[in-house]
Design a protein around this ligand. Sequence first.
Ligand SMILES: [Cu+2]
Length: 120
Amino acid sequence: MKSMRILAGSMVLLIAVSACSPEADKQPTTAPQEATAATSASEVQHGKGEGTITAIDAAKGTVTLDHGEIAALKWPPMAMGFKAPSDLLKGLKIGDRVAFELDWNGAEGSITRIEAKSAP
Ligand SMILES: [Cu+2]
């Protein structure tokens, strides 16, 4: 009888442990990551504008634009560099007037669309 009670007691303990441990393991590891991802995603802003290419480096994946006002980001006209996938830069050259869109993460802009505009 005594050994049965010990067995029953240890089974209850086993069930209790296995029932709590997945939850206990999950929360500390996944919750902060999800919170971080959500925060950084909401910080990315999207804007569009027009400008002139003043420098281009397809190998590095950068383009420098002398761009006009970007209302969505509350930016005045300025010259600045952006990251740009090299396939988007194909066929573009210094001096081209372009229409472009970008994602701004608060520190750097990534071109998501860029197209040469035909001369007026
Ligand atoms: Cu700018």
